[in-house]
Design a protein around this ligand. Sequence first.
Ligand SMILES: C[S@@+](CC[C@H](N)C(=O)[O-])C[C@H]1O[C@@H](n2cnc3c(N)ncnc32)[C@H](O)[C@@H]1O
Length: 334
Amino acid sequence: MIDLSPQLSRDPRHDPVLRDEVLAALAIAPGERHVDATFGAGGYTRAMLAAGADVIACDRDPDAIAEGQALVAEADGRLTLVHGRFGEIDRLLAERGIDAVDGITFDIGVSSMQLDRDERGFSFQKDGPLDMRMAQEGESAADWLNRADETEIADVLYHYGDERQSRRVARAIVAARPLARTAELATVIRKALRHPPGAPKDPSTKSFQAIRIHINGELDELVAGLAAAERVLRPGGRLAVVSFHSTEDRIVKNFLRERSGGDAAGSRHRPAPTPPARAATFETPARKVRPGKAEEARNPRARSATLRSAVRSGAPAWSVRSADDSTDREAISC
Ligand SMILES: C[S@@+](CC[C@H](N)C(=O)[O-])C[C@H]1O[C@@H](n2cnc3c(N)ncnc32)[C@H](O)[C@@H]1O
């Protein structure tokens, strides 16, 4: 089994948020097959291997897959790394002859590795090309910001970043085009929001997060990933999802509530809806889990993390993969 050396567990790249709580939710028995849908720097994968699981780990970022090869060698045949989107995880597994797994874990969002590298363009604290593409392909943040109209930009900032002054920021971005660097964008946002230099909270945080979520289609991916997890978990299989943003958490919460029949009761103010036609695919989800004070102090990024988990029932999945092999993106209200 893989040993988690104390040195590795102190390194934030190997000390993922809510690791112990995720492991508790997964309740791994040695020899089980688990999916780490968001490999990143491999923190959860290491913990799963150490608990005795065989792991299939996925990431859309080719750098994460390349840098994970050292862990593949260390894992002695118990780790398979797969390059791709977790929205298609059931197809990626089927291509490897796997149709059911004992657990699947999502750690949604951007990795410290991606944030730390100037050239990836994710961070407002570093100057780099305005890129933000996890998969390193498709439209970059600069491409989009330089072509989108003001209303589209404002809507993204408002919905994915909770930026209340989204119209003001969008107007400033459009006036400053063309933009090419993260530092330019951060300066435009700070000026638009009249941020005094040196003030503690940088106002570009929200806009950078919103643009990243948009560029990577992260909310659509989450919806598709949850549906794919439902298809691929065996009865009794465990789902664990860590998210960092209220909209993401709402998607997970609503998915689990719907799929566990939680909407059926109604209330004094809201009559019970007609009973769901389909059987619940998840047993009563666990209460949401938040990091403790010690973890928040050790790792500031943990402050906005929420873990939700649930156990798969034996009922058939509600969604099916369609014949053209694209994922059925069934709407999940949020
Ligand atoms: C928060 S990090 C995961 C960190 C990881 N748990 C660890 O311990 O190092 C999220 C990772 O998921 C990847 N990712 C995000 N969305 C993805 C998607 N739709 N499909 C596959 N990988 C994705 C990112 O590229 C990033 O490497």
